[in-house]
Design a protein around this ligand. Structure first.
Ligand SMILES: Nc1nc2c(ncn2[C@@H]2O[C@H](COP(=O)(O)O[C@H]3[C@@H](O)[C@H](n4cnc5c(=O)[nH]c(N)nc54)O[C@@H]3COP(=O)(O)O)[C@@H](O)[C@H]2O)c(=O)[nH]1
Length: 671
């Protein structure tokens, strides 16, 4: 067929200014499309039979009508070509390789034989016109040439280079014969030429229609493929999403039933939220892409890496016979993600935690396996991040306890089972109460009084701390207005409350409702809040301060204790953690730290309050170091709200008595 293309004059190929009938136009198109155009040629053989039977019949007719022997030669040639063509059609239909490329290769000889048929039939019709003097035979030959040309044009319009070549081969001898016959036949030659041009135009139009249909079909199938891909892949990273991941996990289960094993590793990025919040979402997205590259570099081709959402990734490690192989992969992943990322010249440090569940063993189906790997991940995170943990059945029991506690907490909040206890804060010099810290308790119907350590961490994780904190604030403000002597009330704010919206409005509302003087409310925040170190945190702190309330830094000395926090925000008070107070007099380091913090805060005009004061010796040491306030069991344990008026009265009397005793002990200089 390439030969047919080559032997066709260039001017014809440029018919109407386009290379539409060029073989190259077909070679250039996607093999799928080219194969679709060619395939129908081999599907129906009836039109082929007609194309061969008509010249055969004319040969037989002429052989009986004239003495010429040459029609017999054409008869034999036509029969040979018919048999070869039909044989080729069946060979092509039965080819082993169904690919479009194979079809294109296999169809080449067919086009060659097709051209041979057109040339021989055209020559036969031309010779009839030129050599026979019988008008009927000449008419039959002209009709046969034009009829087969019309049939060929319509049958092969999808392969225009072939259709035009065949039509030309069938009609050219007719034109030549008519021209040679003399001027009386030139009208016939002109008619055949016009017929040829008309057929070319029909072929061209049909081909254009077919191409359009093919393009629309291709676009539709590409669209379907794209939406199919999008439905099963994560758009940001290109990794399999939850849907495809589930399918792969189910496949892994099916393989495990045939004896194979695998491991599921659920991976979470540590501090991803901070990166997103502080550096913005574009950096967060770039980080996720960089993480994806590192994950893919760390696994084998047979493993599956998927993004399940946010900063959650999952890996199916195929053929993980031994836990050691899984441990090695987990170690590799933690190390890979622990190395700082360079994102547009910015160094970003995150880490990862991994929970692992094994197949078979840790779950009978995908849901259970995922749940168990998640539980192991939860444990890995709870143990300090940057770690991996294998699932253990006891984790399930713990998780169920945790869930039960969460449900119980929600119920307790709705039923009003929380209470506030208060612990006094006293001035070191005078022992007078300057304020009281509100400390939440849960009066559980079965478990009795539950301390905050048993439920605050879970309330923070689940977000329940936000409504709980709102209640604490409203209750504490309402209680404080009734206290004799108007001491301040200190309320703990959790980092989760800072992250939630509407904190400032909530504080303002509590003050409005209770009519408490804002200067009497002290909000205690921990370093974790400052660690969130975003502009938003500082703005919130300044807005709170603008309400007139006081802000205290709690548990100072425990976490990172960055002095820059004190520089970034003008705290009213710094509370020294009880771990330092309790070592006073025993540890030179604690003595030095308490002294340093006290001096620093005095210089910055901030009050220092020492927590956990239990002995007179500790109080005396604090007095010597210039600490202004103290809080601890020495003065009182946290007490229920109902006891506070009495407690304040008692402590007031004690401080007056203490003052009297100390003034009696001091000799009067005037005496
Ligand atoms: N976000 C909120 N957190 C709260 C709230 N209420 C309490 N909490 C936090 O829970 C933690 C534990 O509190 P609690 O069991 O009440 O313990 C407090 C005191 O009882 C204890 N303390 C005080 N003096 C002494 C002492 O002399 N010895 C000793 N062993 N313990 C003592 O310290 C806790 C108060 O600590 P702090 O808050 O740092 O001042 C605790 O972290 C609370 O913050 C709440 O409503 N919201």
């Amino acid at each position: 067929m390439f030969a047919a293309d080559r032997c066709f004059p260039k001017c014809w190929r440029h018919f109407a200014g386009r290379r539409w009938m060029s073989m190259r136009s077909m070679v250039a198109m996607p093999p799928d499309d080219a194969a679709r155009l060619i395939a129908p040629l081999f599907e129906r053989t009836s039109s082929l039979l007609v194309a061969h039977v008509a010249p055969l019949a004319l040969c037989i007719f002429l052989a009986g009508r004239s003495d010429a022997r040459w029609p017999v030669i054409f008869l034999v040639l036509d029969l040979v070509l018919l048999v070869s063509r039909v044989a080729l059609v069946f060979t092509i239909r039965r080819r082993r390789d169904p690919s479009p490329e194979a079809l294109l290769r296999a169809s080449r000889p067919y086009f060659g034989v097709g051209m041979a048929w057109a040339l021989s039939t055209g020559a036969f019709c031309g010779m009839c016109y030129a050599l026979l003097e019988d008008e009927v035979s000449r008419l039959l030959a002209a009709t046969l040439a034009m009829g087969t040309a019309g049939g060929s044009a319509s049958r092969n319009a999808a392969t225009p280079f072939f259709a035009v070549a065949q039509v030309a081969a069938l009609l050219a001898p007719q034109v030549a014969a008519a021209v040679l016959h003399g001027s009386a036949h030139w009208f016939q030659a002109a008619q055949v030429l016009i017929f040829f041009v008309a057929l070319c135009s029909i072929i061209r139009r049909q081909y254009a229609d077919v191409r359009q249909i093919l393009a629309a079909r291709r676009e539709k199938s590409e669209l379907a493929q794209r939406s199919e891909h999008m439905a099963r892949h994560d758009t940001l990273t290109g990794l399999p999403n939850r849907v495809l991941f589930r399918e792969r996990l189910n496949e892994a289960f099916a393989k495990s039933r045939r004896g194979a094993s695998c491991a599921l590793l659920c991976l979470d990025l540590d501090h991803f939220k901070e990166v997103n919040d502080t550096l913005g979402h574009p950096v967060g997205d770039a980080l996720l892409k960089a993480v994806t590259t590192r994950l893919l570099d760390s696994v084998r081709e047979t493993d599956t890496v998927a993004r399940l959402g946010g900063d959650e990734f999952a890996i199916i490690q195929a053929d993980a016979e031994q836990p050691t192989a899984v441990t090695m992969l987990a170690k590799r992943l933690v190390e890979a993600l622990g190395t700082p990322f360079d994102l547009d010249g910015r160094q970003v440090v995150v880490g990862s935690s991994i929970g692992i569940a094994m197949v078979p063993g840790d779950g009978e189906d995908a849901d259970t396996l995922l749940k168990n790997a998640d539980m192991a991940l939860y444990r890995a995170k709870a143990e300090g991040r940057g770690r991996w943990r294998f699932f253990e059945p006891e984790m399930d029991a713990r998780m169920q306890l945790r869930r039960a506690l969460e449900t119980d907490l929600r119920r307790a909040l709705a039923m009003g089972e929380f209470e506030l206890f208060y612990q006094p804060i006293v001035a070191v010099a005078s022992r007078q109460v300057s304020g009281l810290e509100a400390l939440i308790r849960w009066r559980h119907p079965e478990r009795g009084l539950v301390p905050p350590d048993a439920f605050i961490p879970l309330a923070e994780e689940t977000g329940l701390i936000v409504p709980m904190g709102e209640w604490v604030l409203a209750r504490a403000c309402a209680d404080a207005v009734s206290w004799p002597g108007s001491p301040k009330v200190a309320v703990n704010l959790s980092p989760a409350q800072f992250a939630s919206r509407g904190l400032v409005e909530m504080v303002a509302q509590a003050l409005r409702n209770s009519k408490l003087d804002p200067a009497k409310l002290e909000l205690e925040i921990t370093e974790t809040v400052m660690l969130q170190d975003t502009e938003a945190t500082l703005t919130t702190l300044h807005r709170l301060k603008a309400l007139g309330v006081r802000i205290a830094m709690d548990d100072f000395g425990t976490g990172y204790s960055s002095l820059s926090y004190l520089q970034k925000f003008p705290f009213d008070k710094v509370k020294i953690d009880r771990s330092f107070t309790q070592e006073l007099g025993r540890s030179p380091q604690s003595n030095a730290i308490v002294r340093a913090v006290t001096d620093l805060c005095a210089a910055l005009d901030m009050t220092t309050t020492a927590e956990g004061v239990e002995t007179e010796e500790q109080l005396e040491a604090l007095r010597r170091k210039g600490c202004r306030e103290a809080q601890g069991y020495l003065f009182s344990k946290p007490r229920p709200a109902a006891d506070i008026a009495g407690l304040l009265d008692k402590l007031d009397r004690e401080s007056r008595a203490g003052a009297l005793v100390s003034s009696e002990l001091v000799p009067d200089p005037l005496v």
